[in-house]
Design a protein around this ligand. Structure first.
Ligand code: ZN
Length: 158
């Protein structure tokens, strides 16, 4: 994640102090379009990161509110990684990235924003994307940008 500049993440850090879990909230809410959820599978769901490091930054989130990978059984892990694989396949087709950073941050000290609910970050990378990102530093621009990305990706999950 070196050199990517994402100033809007400060808003995320400030919002993250409330007690409820954002992943459990959107899972319960059943308003996938508003919440930028692309698809749900039996043990996980795929969602756009509202505070992205880069264009097309998605997260595979476990349905169960558990924080450690070893708390999941093999069936759940298979489902989570199948969704990860599907997400990468669609991102390659739609956004043509040249690489990916796939990240699991376990614990606050490791940089986990939502530290109590297991999730995997998928960050597409392009040559020169570190120069592109500061252009997206306004919150309004980011939310419009997220909606556009969501609309591009959603047909591949329907
Ligand atoms: Zn949760």
């Amino acid at each position: 994640m070196e050199n990517l500049f994402a100033p809007w993440r400060m808003e995320y850090i400030e919002k993250g102090k409330k007690d409820s879990c954002i992943f459990c909230d959107v899972l319960k809410e059943n308003n996938d379009e508003k919440n930028l959820i692309l698809t749900r599978s039996s043990h996980s769901f795929l969602i756009l990161n509202k505070y992205p490091y880069n264009n097309g930054h998605l997260m595979v989130v476990a349905n169960l509110h558990k924080k450690e990978i070893e708390e999941f059984n093999n069936e759940e892990i298979l489902d989570i990684f199948s969704l990860l694989s599907k997400a990468i396949r669609v991102l390659k087709k739609v956004l043509s990235p040249q690489g990916f950073n796939i990240g699991i941050n376990l614990g606050e000290v490791a940089g986990a924003g939502v530290k109590d609910h297991f999730h995997i970050h998928i960050v597409p990378r392009w040559q020169g994307d570190t120069n592109f990102m500061p252009l997206l530093s306004e919150t309004k621009v980011i939310s419009e940008h997220l909606r556009t990305t969501y609309n591009k990706l959603i047909p591949y999950f329907q």
